[in-house]
Design a protein around this ligand. Structure first.
Ligand code: HEM
Ligand SMILES: *[C@@H]1O[C@H](CO)[C@@H](O)[C@H](O)[C@H]1NC(C)=O
Length: 490
């Protein structure tokens, strides 16, 4: 019965849509493969490797085309010129966030990642400022990252050079940096509250990147009517939110408006200032949603990048040797690496860029929508249409980065070994929705990698030629093959 209703509704929607498309005087969506009723182009896409499928389609349909994910059309943008024209020149119009029915049920329009309109703008601006250290009190973000890098090195030392998979320790470290920013303190890696929090985030990451949830996002009816792992996701988020709420209450009790300790303090102060302005953005509910967003956006992204980076360094021993030489001459043995060092370390800077370019962490970024009816390259894109941006098409552009499938720091170096910038380097996306954590993430990557290589030699547990570094697509992300290594103290 339910299925019949869905079918009939679906078919009539499609009919209406095609009628509307023909009759609309405003113009047409970009061309694309012919969709099937209800399923759209799903069968023409490899659900396990959407970004590759979209790259393949762009070879047929060009840099701007339409695919149907289920009933809804999505416009795909491919290549530098198109991306620049939309995200940077177009800006505002392309700054809507695409639909994530799962997330909409958790965030309810709050936070940064999945919000839109005024709440998004206000929360985003506030978070960017706070993460840039404006008003974060005495301890800089850099100091917080350095402290954690130091603790991570001590934990790695405790592995006693025996084979280990670094995933767990890296996610502890990255989770702790966010804890330090939001709660002002880090935790011991054995603290039970900390481990529970981390486990909830990890479990949600696993579930949210499964094919089942991808299906839920394209066919939202599934979420409300069927049992499934997505219910676990909601439970985990409920736990995380109540944990953060508890922390917020502690902060309210000990708040000193003249001496904010962390993100929560800054937010509470802002709430007080905006109290008479009827600001929707500065509420307790939004504080919690925003904190959740910073955790979920800030842990896996950077910890996967670091885990992948260590794998690449393990394989490319010549590259690692050069980085260590640079560390020896610029930082030396005992001082903690700091961001000032980076300008004197062009090779290491190139290596960090090349890691991010090669692994192409979030190949089609997060979906956007257009915020009003627009004309783009003579096509008509109605308000609310999903827009998918291929970051792969820039990071693996053959002209800009010859042999894009090869890991080669030379992609970011000129003939005399100076660091060479590239406009195609957009692992954090671009424009109005560009990653809020870009500065923090780049700081973490540089400080963690140099701190590790300053103190350890990386040693493989298998033959170098057997180390595979090909990215594995997993949901919206690329992950490295799992591996082990030894950290040999220098
Ligand atoms: C290597 C690490 C990271 C990568 C590659 C990365 C990449 C991205 C990408 C591609 C987006 C989507 C942008 C778009 O919609 O166009 C994004 C959004 C976002 N990222 Fe990151 N990110 C990283 C680390 C972080 C960290 C450490 C934080 C937190 C402190 C963070 C916070 C956010 C937030 C809040 C958004 C949503 C922005 C918005 O919708 O306005 N990210 N990131
Ligand atoms: C993309 O195209 C290549 C070459 O035509 C093909 O081997 C590959 O399977 C396609 N990949 C996807 C995910 O569609």
């Amino acid at each position: 019965m339910g299925l019949v209703v869905v079918l009939v509704l679906g078919l009539s929607c499609l009919l209406l849509l095609s009628l509307w498309k023909q009759s609309s005087g405003k113009g047409k969506l970009p061309p694309g493969p012919t969709p099937l009723p209800i399923l759209g182009n799903i069968l023409q896409l490899d659900i396990k490797d959407i970004s590759k499928s979209l790259s393949n389609l762009s070879k047929v349909y060009g840099p701007v085309y339409t695919v149907y994910l289920g009933l809804k059309p999505a416009v795909v943008l491919h290549g530098y010129e198109t991306m620049k024209e939309a995200l940077i020149v177009g800006g505002e119009e392309f700054s809507g966030r695409g639909h994530f029915p799962m997330a909409e049920r958790v965030n309810k329009g709050h936070g940064i990642i999945f919000s839109n309109g005024k709440i998004w703008k206000e929360t985003r601006r506030f978070s960017l400022m706070t993460l840039r250290n404006l008003g974060m009190g005495k301890r800089s973000i850099e100091e917080r990252v350095q402290e954690e890098a130091h603790c991570l090195v001590e934990e790695l030392r405790r592995t006693n050079a025996s084979p280990c998979d670094p995933s767990f320790l890296l996610s502890c470290a990255l989770c702790n940096v966010i804890c330090s920013i939001i709660f002002h303190n880090r935790f011991d890696y054995t603290d039970p509250n900390f481990l529970t929090l981390l486990e909830k985030f990890n479990e949600n990451f696993r579930i949210l990147n499964s094919p089942w949830i991808q299906a839920c996002n394209n066919f939202p009816a599934l979420i409300d009517y069927l049992p499934g792992s997505h219910n676990k996701v909601f439970k985990n988020f409920a736990y995380i939110k109540s944990y953060i709420l508890e922390k917020v209450k502690e902060h309210q009790a000990s708040l000193d408006v003249n001496d904010p300790r962390d993100f929560i303090d800054c937010f509470l102060i802002k709430m007080e200032q905006e109290k008479h302005n009827h600001q929707m953005a500065f509420t307790l509910e939004n504080l919690i949603a925003t904190a959740v967003d910073l955790f979920r956006a800030g842990i896996d992204t950077t910890s996967i990048t670091l885990r992948y980076g260590l794998l690449l360094l393990l394989k490319h021993t010549d590259v690692t040797a050069k980085v260590q030489k640079e560390i020896d001459s610029v930082i030396e043995r005992h001082r903690s690496p700091c961001m000032q060092d980076r300008i004197h370390m062009p090779y290491t800077d190139a290596v960090v860029h090349e890691i991010q370019r090669y692994i192409d962490l979030i190949p089609i970024s997060l979906p956007h929508t257009v915020t009003r009816d627009i004309k783009f390259r003579n096509y008509f894109i109605p308000k609310g249409t999903t827009v998918l941006t291929s970051l792969t098409s820039l990071l693996h552009d053959v002209q800009e980065f010859p042999n894009p499938e090869v890991f080669d720091p030379g992609h970011f170096l000129d003939e005399s070994g100076n660091f060479k910038k590239s406009d195609y380097f957009m692992p954090f996306s671009a424009g109005k929705r560009i990653c809020v954590g870009e500065g923090l993430a780049r700081m973490e990557l540089f400080l963690f990698l140099t701190s590790i290589l300053q103190k350890f030699t990386l040693e493989p547990v298998v033959d170098l030629k057997d180390i595979d570094t090909t990215p594995i697509p997993r949901g919206l992300s690329h992950v490295p093959p799992s591996y082990q290594l030894r950290f040999i103290p220098i």
